[in-house]
Design a protein around this ligand. Sequence first.
Ligand code: SAM
Length: 170
Amino acid sequence: MIAVLRIGHRISRDKRITTHVALVARAFGADKIFIDTKDIKLEENICSTCGRFGGKFEIKTGVNANKIAKQWSGIIVHLTMYGDELDRSIKKIDKNDDLLIVVGAEKVPSQMYAIADFNVSVGNQPHSEVSALAIFLDRYNNGKWLTKRFNGKIQILPCNKGKKVISRDK
Ligand code: SAM
């Protein structure tokens, strides 16, 4: 089980970027996302994507982030530009254990740095929770997310020009 915990979500300001965090989580191999602020619209959007494009991804908003992290029985990775090097950290993480990946929005409370088993940086420059999550998941699963099958009603086939889309009713 790979879950993502998105903390500090502000509905008006972060709706687009939190949607992208959830879409990256789903596409790059996570099973679930927790978001601290209740956001029904976001849940509907992500469920609609799953309904059309398939997969078993789950979304839960309005969670108590501290409680989720404290009750998590597997490994916790917090992505932060202040963390330890990505390549060094990845080697130390047991891939057979459940994984909770924490990403922030604005300033992340200091207790998250303490709760996390690994504070991991994806480079030490500030960029984005979307890019940090994508690169971390890609390295964590060695690019296996690329061949994951979603079996959705809509399937897009790779092509150089135009669009090849298969639509089927289930
Ligand atoms: N000043 C904030 C802080 O203290 O963490 C940075 C906020 S940043 C806009 C939002 C999130 O993107 C961070 O909480 C972190 O999860 C992720 N992030 C940004 N740059 C990162 C990096 N270089 N490595 C890992 N994660 C990063």
